[in-house]
Design a protein around this ligand. Structure first.
Ligand code: PGA
Length: 265
């Protein structure tokens, strides 16, 4: 796990955008796993700007989003499809046919969505890089605490805490969905690399438990300790509860010096 601790959320967004830009320059037809939520918004803005300046293209990119509400239709303003269109898809040159979310059409059996989504990911060759946020309760996607660490894409019931955190996006409590379809934890772990972003003091405890706590379904993000290639981008408030913070900063510094040396040799 590589920890990168940066001053503020804007630096996290810039580092995330740079990471994905490098990946797409190396593999223009990469498959990206994407997340919604407050955390990646600014990174998406930066990616859209890079695309506008022609420094980056999504023409051959395929995306799979982590999750979608069940019972919300793609054109509804609160759907994650609409959110992704507003925050990224409409401002980049991606082919909308290559943007996937675990959506359930009105006439579809919701139990079929998960297996179909898994098959679609496999058919596209698997996810090269999965972008993740983290919930205050340690969830990744909508894999709430107690989710099986071996889970696949399926329907999940949201915790009251998650519903409360997302309350602001809905006009009234009645219209707010309590069910979602989310990639499973094993699906996320299949990605060839993972880029987790966390910003703000409200995430500090979840970040600490994920990175320094025991691997446990009680904190789904802790499973990332078992993944071979994870980059965690944190701002200072999100990193503030890490017990080994000094060590992580020292490692970061050593890496910077080593790369500078290699570049100058
Ligand atoms: P947030 O959500 O980015 O809106 O904080 C993250 C998450 O719940 O995974």
């Amino acid at each position: 796990m590589e920890l990168v601790i940066l001053k503020d959320s804007e630096q996290v967004a810039a580092a995330g955008a740079e990471h994905l830009q490098d990946l797409l320059l190396n593999k223009p037809n990469a498959v990206l796993g994407l997340a919604t939520g407050r955390t990646p918004k600014s990174m998406y803005r930066q990616l859209a700007n890079l695309c506008k300046e022609s420094s980056l293209s999504f023409r051959d990119v395929t995306t799979f989003n982590l999750d979608e509400y069940l019972g919300v239709q793609p054109n509804d303003a609160q759907s994650y499809r609409s959110t992704m269109r507003r925050e990224l898809f409409d401002d980049i040159d991606i082919d909308p046919a290559n943007t996937y979310l675990p959506e359930c059409a009105a006439d579809q059996n919701p139990l079929d969505v998960g297996p179909d989504y898994e098959a679609a990911i496999l058919e596209k060759g698997g996810i090269d890089c999965q972008v993740l946020g983290i919930g205050q309760n340690g969830h990744i996607g909508f894999n709430e605490p107690s989710s099986s660490l071996n889970s696949r894409t399926r329907i999940k019931t949201l915790t009251r805490e998650t519903i409360e955190n997302n309350r602001q996006y809905f006009e009234d409590a009645e219209s707010q969905p309590q069910l979602a379809i989310t990639m499973g934890i094993a699906t996320i772990m299949d990605a060839r690399q993972i880029l987790l972003l966390a910003t703000g003091a409200a995430k500090a405890e979840a970040v600490r438990q994920s990175i320094e706590g025991a691997v446990s379904a009680s904190c789904p993000a802790s499973i990332l300790q078992m993944h071979e290639r994870v980059v965690v981008l944190l701002d200072e408030p999100a990193a503030s509860k890490l017990a080994r913070l000094d060590y992580y900063l020292w490692v970061q510094n050593q890496k910077r010096r080593l790369l500078a040396k290699i570049a100058s040799d």
